[in-house]
Design a protein. Sequence first.
Length: 252
Amino acid sequence: MTQDRVVICMKWGSLYPASYVNVLFAAVKRNVSHPVRFVCLTEDPSGLAEGIEHFPIPDMGLDESHWKKGGWAKLSVFGKDLYGLTGRALFLDLDTVVCSSLEPFFEAEAPILTIDEGATWKNDPTAPQLSNTSVFAFTLGAEPEILEKFLGDRDAMVAKYRIEQVYLQNEAKSVSFWPDPWVVSFKYHLRRPVGLGFFLAPSKPDPKTKIVAFHGVPRPIDLVQPGWWGQFPHMGRGKVDWMVKYWNGVKN
């Protein structure tokens, strides 16, 4: 029997407004060929588009500092029962940009798959594999021990691992990685080298790219507005055509 398919995102605080969820929802709908439930875990569902299911972020008893450093709340999706959701789940950060079909992400069979931000992202073939949870897949309810172990010794786990993706890589039974071309970093793969960004627009994603991950600055919304974006010396200027089309729901 084919498993249910669920796309999960999470929104807390004020950094990402509902528009980010709505843009991601529209992009997911454009890039799946099988039925998918789209779920946003959030304490503030106001402004979410019709068709987006929403539930509160499960209470993990996190301190304020845990929300500011590391995405520890993401671990809540590994609970034994997440609002009755079942099947294969694909978690997407709100600042991910979906470029092409998401079907392969659901078809991959490893228990947990994440981005490897090691050798490829850092352009260093000697770099060790390092999980990045901007995009990860798992089977709902299959590995509750990931959450249970964290909750059983929360402060020690935070002190030891610093951020949730390092915890996940070290404490899950098995973590595999997406093929390199599937998920690329805007910063490492598309942003121009220092200085050239003043004159040249960022590269357009390769046809083999399925998702572009934004992390830190700039954020996707920065590339659809006029003016300077980024942080010195990694600066760019003006609207980026392929990002404007994406944000407005136009398939590139």
